[in-house]
Design a protein around this ligand. Structure first.
Ligand SMILES: CC(C)(COP(=O)(O)OP(=O)(O)OC[C@H]1O[C@@H](n2cnc3c(N)ncnc32)[C@H](O)[C@@H]1OP(=O)(O)O)[C@@H](O)C(=O)NCCC(=O)NCCS
Length: 181
């Protein structure tokens, strides 16, 4: 990673007992571990086979200035990550992004997910994105409630589109619209 990327991370403020900073190459092992907890043990992601560190490295490299990825760091340990990703690569979608937030299972329910999503929304707005989308499995109350708490509204439902752990799952689309303000 470049020096400028490294120095821009250091300018991000600490938030409470942790800090949120741009993700770096050195964070990929922790990012992969945290993501694979959900791959293997939940329907939060429809990915079924664990990700490899190599694939996550390429995922991080694809997250440039308009679609940044962040980590939540506590006492030098990575306890979560978040990212803005393009929803579609077709050009007219360029002001619409999709959010992702994954915390280590040991730190759920402390308000950190809310801090991460609040931060991600501030970044999205600052970058000039107009709409942030979340695609969430319908049974995932925690993530749906978190997004609704931060102003996301339901934008549609896809029925029976995912098959994981022997069950068909619905997906709810939520969107947060910054409009032109
Ligand atoms: C979803 C996730 C990011 C929430 O983060 P968190 O730190 O546990 O949530 P917070 O403590 O910040 O809670 C913020 C709000 O989210 C909602 N929420 C969180 N956990 C909840 C639960 N178990 N049930 C219902 N609502 C919940 C509530 O609205 C809560 O606000 P409140 O405390 O005023 O009621 C976290 O559970 C996570 O990372 N899970 C594993 C990965 C994952 O599922 N990612 C989302 C993929 S769509």
């Amino acid at each position: 990673m470049s020096t400028s990327r490294e120095s821009s991370c250091l300018q991000l403020p600490a938030v409470g007992r942790f800090r949120i900073r741009l993700a770096l190459g050195k964070d990929v092992v922790a990012i992969t571990r945290i993501y694979n907890e959900s791959v293997l043990h939940s329907v939060a992601t429809f990915q079924i086979s664990p990700d490899t560190v190599r694939r996550r490295q390429s995922w991080l490299r694809s997250h440039g200035a308009r679609h940044p990825a962040f980590v939540l760091e506590q006492a030098g340990a990575i306890m979560g990550w978040s990212a803005l990703s393009p929803y579609s690569l077709r050009e007219a979608w360029r002001f619409t992004v999709e959010d992702s937030i994954y915390l280590d299972a040991s730190v759920l329910g402390r308000g950190w997910g809310e801090k991460m999503l609040t931060h991600l929304l501030e970044v999205a707005r600052g970058l000039g994105h107009r709409v942030v989308l979340a695609r969430i499995v319908a049974s995932h109350k925690a993530s749906i409630c978190l997004h609704q708490k931060l102003g996301f509204t339901e934008a549609g439902r896809l029925c029976g589109v995912g098959f994981k752990f022997g069950v068909w799952h619905d997906v709810i689309y939520l969107q947060k619209d910054f409009g032109t303000s």
